[in-house]
Write a protein that binds this ligand. Structure first.
Ligand SMILES: Cc1cc2nc3c(=O)[nH]c(=O)nc-3n(C[C@H](O)[C@H](O)[C@H](O)COP(=O)(O)OP(=O)(O)OC[C@H]3O[C@@H](n4cnc5c(N)ncnc54)[C@H](O)[C@@H]3O)c2cc1C
Ligand code: FES
Length: 294
């Protein structure tokens, strides 16, 4: 594995491009990094811009990109062999529950809730969780079938895959958070040990109280307007947090309290626990209990 300074952009060539959906492509680069699922990289196209994308895998480095505007349109026009620049991994990723804390029965089921391209970092997490012996249930949602991605990847990992679309064109009809509530609250049949979410803010904000109500810890990956990606410019400030530095994955305890990335109740998914380029900085006074617990 190449050693590199994760704050500095380095060049890579596109080794493979896979169409994952109508306007979604997976870009696999000819390079690799040690990273945790949920961490992101900044992709730089010189002369255009630099934008954040969650890692869909670290070995090799891959991102899943939805075409939504000028930058992602240009990315979608690139071909195998083209060169781009990237830096990372950045931010804090998902961690697996720590059996030392939760007890020997902890290896129950992890519920992964992914809206749209939010499925990408969760597929990376599913890979790590499955190989660590966890049962994984993937609840994937989108407005309609064309917005669903990576179903096959979750299935190939042995996950139980449940599909939810708002228009009913595939799987259950309705909001993914309504379906999630059914599984989180169903503790008699299938004990959900922890919930992991990545998707639109409205989805995350609906999921958080559901977990709190049923006393299930959760980790949610938030998006904000990221520019520097290293806790310097303040562009990604949200509820007293800097999403690039304190997140993008925010952890909540079973009682709904925000856990600092440095609280020791979870085992890092990989050996590389702290990735923030700005170093370990305690959250400012403002953030205690924020994002507001239930
Ligand atoms: C931590 C994180 C992880 C992300 N992971 C993915 C991913 O795996 N796949 C994916 O397709 N997209 C991901 N995004 C969103 C992606 O960065 C934006 O879609 C992209 O920047 C849009 O750029 P654009 O020029 O194509 O579109 P624009 O027209 O500039 O913007 C389209 C939308 O993207 C948002 N956006 C624009 N610039 C930024 C920025 N600098 N930071 C955050 N959001 C921005 C805007 O709010 C707008 O809603 C992630 C964002 C964050 C913060
Ligand atoms: S993007 Fe600059 S502080 Fe987060």
């Amino acid at each position: 594995m190449l050693a590199h300074d994760h704050m500095l952009p380095c060049g890579a060539c596109i080794a493979q491009i896979v169409r994952e959906g109508a306007d979604v492509k997976r870009f696999v680069l000819d390079t690799e990094i040690e990273a945790m699922p949920g961490q992101f990289i900044m992709v730089w196209l010189p002369g255009l811009d630099e934008k954040p994308f969650s890692l869909a895998s670290g070995v090799p480095v891959a991102v899943v990109v939805a075409k939504v505007g000028p930058f992602t349109r240009t990315l979608h026009d690139l071909r195998v062999g083209d060169r781009l620049w990237w830096r990372g991994p950045l931010g804090h990723g998902f961690t697996l529950p720590n059996p030392d804390v939760t007890g020997p029965v902890a290896k129950g089921t992890l519920l992964l809730v992914g809206g749209g391209y939010g499925a990408a970092p969760l597929a990376f997490l599913a890979e790590r969780a499955s190989s660590a012996g966890w049962q994984v249930m993937a609840l994937l949602g989108a407005r309609s079938e064309s917005g669903l991605i990576l179903r096959e990847r979750f299935a190939a990992l042995g996950c139980r895959v449940i599909i939810c679309t708002e228009d009913g064109s595939c799987g259950q009809q309705g909001l993914i958070t309504e379906a999630a509530e059914g599984y989180v609250g169903h503790s008699g049949r299938e004990k959900i040990t922890a919930v992991y979410g990545c998707g639109p803010l409205a989805m995350l904000e609906a999921l958080r109280p559901v977990c709190g109500e049923h006393r299930v810890p959760c980790q949610l990956s938030y998006e904000a307007f990221i520019k520097c990606g290293m806790g310097v410019c303040g562009s990604c400030a949200w509820n007293g947090l800097l999403i690039c530095h304190d997140g993008p994955v925010i952890r909540y305890s079973a009682s709904g309290e925000w856990l600092s990335p440095h609280d020791g109740d979870a085992t890092p998914v990989s050996s590389q626990m702290i990735m923030s380029p700005a170093g370990v900085v305690p959250p400012n006074d403002n953030v205690t209990g924020v994002p507001t617990p239930f």
